[in-house]
Design a protein around this ligand. Structure first.
Ligand code: PRP
Length: 211
């Protein structure tokens, strides 16, 4: 019987912070800190198996049960609406979903606004709530290029420090959605592995409250 807890970590800076929290919560796996290209690490003694997943894929692994729990940004959860339990706000990976444009952009409400984004559903919902007609252009990255090259009027994207916008001479029009990292769980596996997940959740919650 597989009694290991399978944890999908978002690869990158956020994932390293998340792993540090799990380690402090009593689920260490020292091999993960070795600098190599392995994607799966396990510590049989404490019963945990970690895998590095592209941040936007964490929710898919958890929804399908390939991972029991994982950490995903609220942006991903709102965009893809995966059928998972959202257990805890980890209070890290904080940023905002924002509209941004070139500094000289003047909005003409009589015209359809062209919006470039990775977050099509979030952008559609936001502009629907404003009663605004938009033309969505879905891009997969380097969204900041779109207004500069005249591909779109504005972008809807994540702003953390604001450095990317600044370096590309764009400005925030409005920050409309605060984002942070959330602990999520597969619905069926949550029942089977309730005890260990509850235990981790309590330990992680204590850490978010200290901050
Ligand atoms: C996000 C976002 C911006 C940048 C904002 O990209 O798309 O480009 O971060 O951060 P800042 O305000 O601190 O400059 P990310 O690094 O997540 O990579 P991505 O292009 O793959 O989305």
């Amino acid at each position: 019987m597989n009694t290991m807890l399978n944890v999908a970590l978002p690869k990158g800076r956020l994932g390293e912070k998340v792993y540090a929290m799990f380690e402090k919560a009593g689920f260490p796996c020292p091999a993960i800190k070795e600098n190599n290209r392995k994607l799966i690490f396990e510590n049989k003694e404490v019963g945990v198996r970690y895998f590095w997943v592209k941040p936007s894929d964490v929710a898919i692994y958890v929804e399908r049960g390939a991972a029991d729990v994982g950490v995903a940004g609220k942006d991903i959860l709102l965009e893809y609406n995966p059928d998972v339990y959202e257990l805890l706000d980890l209070n890290i990976g904080k940023c905002d979903m924002a509209v941004a444009a070139k500094a000289d952009f003047k909005d003409d409400r009589n015209k359809t606004l062209t919006v470039a984004t990775k977050f099509t559903n979030i952008a559609k919902r936001y502009y629907a709530s404003q009663g605004r007609d938009i033309d969505i252009i879905h891009l997969n990255g380097s969204i900041e290029l779109a207004p500069i090259l005249g591909l779109s009027d504005v972008i809807v994207d994540i702003v953390e420090t604001g450095a990317t916008l600044k370096e590309n001479k764009l400005e925030v029009v409005e920050k409309f959605l605060p984002i942070s990292a959330r602990l999520i769980a597969n619905k069926a596996n949550f029942k089977f592995k309730y005890q260990i997940i509850e235990n981790i959740m309590a330990e992680l919650k204590a850490q978010t409250e200290i901050k």
